[in-house]
Structures are given as C-alpha cells and as structure tokens.
Design a protein around this ligand. Structure first.
Ligand SMILES: *Cc1c(COP(=O)(O)O)cnc(C)c1O
Length: 296
C-alpha cells in the first residue's frame, strides 16, 4: 500500500489521430485500489483501522469497486460483506478475475435472488451498527469527495506549472461520482464525461443524489449501441489503438469513453487532460470474453 499521503500521480502525453492528449496516470497509484477507486476510497484508506469493523456493499459480481473495497478491507482487517444478484453458473463454479481476487481477500459474498434484491439492499442501507459502514454500489457516496478534491488539487497544480488557464478534464462515468465531485472541486475546468454503465438519464439522476449538477460538467451523448461490459470489436480496436499510442486503458469504461470522445473532438476546444480511471485488472476477464466470442 502506498504511503497514506501519496505524491501526485504523474501526467503523461499521448498522440492519437493527430491530437495531443495529457493523461493523468491514476492507474499507477495502486494496482488493486486503482484509478478513481483509490480517490473515492481515500478517506477510508487514510482512516485508522479501528474506526470500523465491517463494510457492507453491493453490486455486480466482477465490479472494480468490489475488488477495491475487498483489498481495502483486507489491508485494514475489516470484514467485507458484499451482496450481488445470483452469479452465472460458470462464474459460480469457477470464480475468476475480480471476483476470484476479492474472494481471496476474504470478501463474504451473499447472492440474493433478483426479486428480493432491492429489498435486501434497502435493508443493508438501513444498517445502524456504529462500527459498520454501508457503501452504496460503486462507492457512490459523499465520502468520495475528499479524495477527488485531492485529485482536483493535483490538476490545479499541473495547470499552474504548465501556465494553462483552463483544460477539458475527461473521465468516464459509471455512477458519475468521480466526474461530479471533480467538476465541483475544479470550477476553472470543464469536466467531460459520458454514461458508460447506464443511460444518460440514470447518470443525471445518480449525480443529482450528490447535489445539483454543476455548469462546468458536460455529459457527451453517444449512441447507446454498446451495452455495459459487453464485448464489441469497435471497442477492442479502440483498446489496441490506445496501447499503440502508449497506454493501456480498461475495456469497460476507458475504451468506450475514448471512442465517444474521439467522435466528438471537433466540438471540444482547448487542451484535454484524460484522467485514467484504472480498472486494468478487469481486462484479463474481458479479453477472455473477446476470445470466447471469436473477436480476438
Ligand atoms: C468505477 C469505474 C468508473 C466509474 O466511476 P464513477 O465514479 O462510478 O463514475 C470509471 N472507470 C473505471 C475504470 C472504473 O473502475
């Protein structure tokens, strides 16, 4: 685990289709607590272990947030109870990827039938034990603010070093927590994102649970032909193009975000700083699915 106050993540440059992009390498902070999960969980990472005994959360069975919280709890000696919908049979008989790793960190998985899921989550969210923390799916919680504010501070320092007045900060959204707090903490920049895990309506609703959507937050629309976490040859091509440009991104959020961004670069003026949101560990299972589908 890195020192509790990390030095700023590095910023690099890549060239893609004739544009220069600055990349904030948050994927380099920590392999397990990578990218925006490190930022979102920062207040817990830096908290004395005695503060909690148990974390309760829920979501998908290959979620990056799940893996990061499992790694965090393992390091802190906290119990981690995670509720998901029933696992697909193949995953259940042979857990791989993020799920395998999270289980090896001692995560206790609780499968709940689809019909009971929403009720089960409502019950979890109502937990009143003082030494237990409920974290909503994806870490979409106000406790994410402090770590993302630190990220904003690093971007501000970078702007000053490079004598830039403003910048377009791009990062992909699932729950939108990262983009939302980044925009509120960095009013001098435009934060550009797109809805990767659901519709734009879902994304706006998620953000509005955190507060009113700031004016400097721009959500790029895209044709929703790419369903969340599914393999598509266009996204695989994007992934390989980025690797050729020098940096690996994740296939679930990063590849579709770049795909959307590049289609709309004409409408974006000024420098672009892409905040790498991590998630590279999940690429292994995604690439296996591309192979399985015959796309790779
Ligand atoms: C979790 C995750 C996101 C989405 O972050 P939100 O704050 O939920 O919008 C984006 N990219 C990667 C790689 C992620 O793991």
């Amino acid at each position: 685990m890195p020192a509790e106050t990390i030095t700023a993540s590095p910023t690099e440059q890549i060239k893609l289709r004739g544009h220069v992009f600055y990349i904030k390498r948050d994927d380099r902070i920590d392999p397990l607590l990578s990218g925006n999960k490190y930022r979102k969980l920062y207040s817990l990472i830096t908290m004395p272990a005695g503060h909690y005994r148990r974390i309760v959360s829920h979501g998908g069975s290959q979620s990056n947030a799940m893996l990061s919280i499992a790694a965090l709890c393992h390091r802190k000696g906290w119990v981690f109870d995670y509720t998901s919908k029933p696992l697909p049979a193949t995953l259940k008989s042979a857990p791989d990827g993020n799920l395998h790793m999270a289980l090896s960190f001692g995560m206790r998985l609780h499968e709940v039938a689809h019909a009971q899921y929403d009720d089960a989550i409502r019950q979890l969210a109502g937990v009143t034990e003082p030494d237990t923390l409920f974290l909503p799916q994806g870490g979409a919680d106000p406790l994410a603010r402090s770590g993302i504010t630190l990220l904003a501070g690093e971007i501000r320092a970078w702007l000053q070093q490079n004598k830039l007045e403003s910048v377009n900060v791009v990062t992909p959204s699932g729950t939108g927590t990262t983009a939302y707090y980044l925009a509120t903490a960095l009013p001098e920049a435009t934060v550009i994102t797109a809805a990767m895990a659901g519709s734009e309506t879902y994304l706006r609703a998620q953000m509005q649970m955190l507060g009113s959507i700031p004016e400097n937050l721009r959500i790029l629309s895209h044709e929703r032909k790419y369903h969340f976490a599914q393999p598509y040859s266009a996204l695989l091509e994007m992934y390989h193009e980025l690797i050729s440009a020098g940096i690996e991104f994740d296939l679930i959020y990063g590849a579709p975000m770049w795909h959307t961004l590049l289609l709309q670069m004409e409408q974006i003026s000024g420098p672009v700083l892409y905040v790498h949101s991590g998630g590279l560990i999940g690429n292994e299972t995604m690439l296996a699915r591309y192979r399985h589908k015959g796309l790779l």
